[in-house]
Design a protein. Structure first.
Length: 297
């Protein structure tokens, strides 16, 4: 049954079990899309996952694909799916049209984001007649009342926030106050960063809010360093040393990534993290093996 994620999180908290979720991006080719639906999704659907999410390309470039994928996953796999939605390249009226279409297609969950500029680089530019900040989109969706609304959090602070991460976390608190039901974090490799953000946010709000830990099991040394440079995530020195020792042996790096991610999750759950969100990169292997190491298979 397709459910609001806030309800899934409440039920999970009541049972004492963390949620597990998975993220996909719309493939660029027909072959990639066919492989996702014929191989990756069936494999991951065998895991005890509670929901998944589908990204919305830079500048809103995958709008139709995102909507279609969310609808298809919910219909064909009976898996609650969250649609990402960004403020980029859209007026309020255009966003209202997307939101109305999402509702018509059975979407119950939206991750409200400011979004990356077209092409994924450069500074964000507000669209005339659009929203400048993701909290405005959160508030708009909350006022609509038809969705469970999530938002993004950055344990190390957003890469563009020059005033420091505590200022960034204060803006995150504003998004929660505007109506966000839960937070999904950017990837991180040091659990202390997650807990510092959580504790700051709960003090600021005066109440807890579900903060889902977004994790990426690494598969390649160069890819990992490229991703973390783009999003501003720091790599712990022992982690970097291990990656460098493994070099270009991607099989060994993948095995290390699985082991490291599983250990991260053990530590997060032991200290109260309500859920884990896997950045799967449209692959099934690493997420499956992490869940196996955790004893869920």
């Amino acid at each position: 049954m397709i459910r609001p994620i806030r309800d899934l999180l409440q039920a999970s908290a009541a049972s004492g079990r963390p949620t597990f979720s998975i993220e996909f991006f719309p493939p660029k080719t027909d072959e990639g899309e066919a492989r996702l639906f014929a191989e990756t999704l069936p494999a991951l659907r065998r895991l005890p996952v509670d929901y998944c999410s589908v990204t919305y390309g830079a500048g809103g470039s995958t709008r139709e694909k995102t909507l279609g994928m969310v609808e298809r996953i919910q219909r064909d796999f009976d898996l609650t799916t969250m649609m990402h939605l960004t403020c980029v390249n859209a007026t309020r009226d255009e966003l209202a049209a997307v939101i109305a279409e999402a509702k018509a297609r059975g979407v119950k969950n939206i991750l409200a984001l400011r979004g990356d500029p077209p092409g994924g680089t450069g500074e964000f530019q507000k669209t005339a007649g659009g929203f400048e900040f993701s909290r405005e989109l959160v508030a708009h969706l909350h006022a609509d009342g038809g969705f469970s609304v999530g938002t993004a959090g950055f344990p190390e602070g957003h890469i563009a926030q020059q005033a420091g991460r505590q200022v960034d976390w204060d803006f995150l608190a504003e998004k929660v106050q505007a109506g966000a039901d839960f937070i999904v974090t950017q990837l991180f490799f040091n659990n202390d960063d997650y807990f510092r953000m959580r504790d700051h946010l709960h003090r600021k709000l005066g109440r807890p809010v579900p903060i889902i830990a977004g994790l990426l099991p690494v598969v390649s040394r160069n890819q990992t360093k490229r991703f973390t440079a783009l999003c501003g995530a720091a790599l712990p020195a022992p982690f970097v040393a291990r990656l460098d020792a493994l070099g270009d042996d991607d099989a060994a790096v993948t095995a290390f990534g699985i082991e490291y991610c599983a250990e991260q999750i053990r530590g997060l759950i032991a200290q109260g993290a309500p859920g884990v969100h896997f950045y799967t990169l449209n692959k099934a292997h690493s997420t499956t093996e992490v869940m196996r190491q955790l004893g869920y298979l």
